[in-house]
Design a protein around this ligand. Structure first.
Ligand SMILES: Cc1cc2nc3c(=O)[nH]c(=O)nc-3n(C[C@H](O)[C@H](O)[C@H](O)COP(=O)(O)O)c2cc1C
Length: 170
């Protein structure tokens, strides 16, 4: 199936990128078509809440880098949210992308999702996991797994294997 990974970390080759890459390798090993988008350095504004999209065939009035991301969202069967923890939640950059889903309401073909989180401290994931579960419930998407890594496990072979195994389990 087509899988879209939205990496919300601005750090090239960082801890979140490592989780995303390991997941991608696992999924590709089973023949899935994986697209990894590093969204954090793109220019994606927050949603204006103007509802232009609802009168204009789901087209967003803001012509920023989100326009590059919408075609992938429209076509994907699985969506993977990958993010560093910033102040107990997913990065602002990824939140902007998520809130710009508003124009299309939700990725129309997406049936499955996963969540990959990296932090410094352990036990800082409650907010992100609650948001993720509420969001996919609203979208009618089924969770396939959550991988979290903190300073004691970031980029360790065992943690990368966990992410890879999740990808390969699909
Ligand atoms: C702005 C900012 C806020 C952060 N807030 C938290 C936090 O609330 N809890 C935590 O454990 N780590 C926090 N961190 C640390 C990152 O989550 C951690 O270093 C993560 O592994 C970074 O992933 P990356 O390599 O993909 O950038 C923060 C880092 C930054 C830059």
């Amino acid at each position: 199936m087509k899988i879209l990974i939205l990496n919300g970390s601005p750090t090239p080759n960082g801890n979140t990128a490592a989780l995303a890459q390991a997941f991608k390798e696992g999924a590709e090993s089973k023949g899935h078509e994986v697209t990894l988008l590093n969204v954090a350095r793109k220019k994606v504004n927050g949603c204006l809440g103007c509802n232009y999209c609802h009168g204009h065939n789901s087209q967003c009035v803001q012509k920023d880098d989100m326009q590059e991301i919408y075609p992938y969202l429209m076509d994907t069967e699985m969506i993977v949210f990958a993010s560093p923890i910033y102040y107990f939640t997913m990065s602002a950059q990824l939140q902007s992308v998520i809130q710009r889903f508003y124009a299309i309401n939700h990725p129309p073909k997406a049936k499955y999702s996963a969540l990959l989180l990296s932090s410094y401290s352990p036990d800082v994931y409650n907010g992100s996991i609650a948001q993720y579960k509420d969001m996919i419930g609203y979208m009618g998407i089924t969770d396939k797994g959550i991988v979290v890594a903190d300073n004691s496990t970031n980029k360790t072979p065992a943690k990368l294997a966990e992410a890879k195994t999740l990808g390969a389990s699909l």
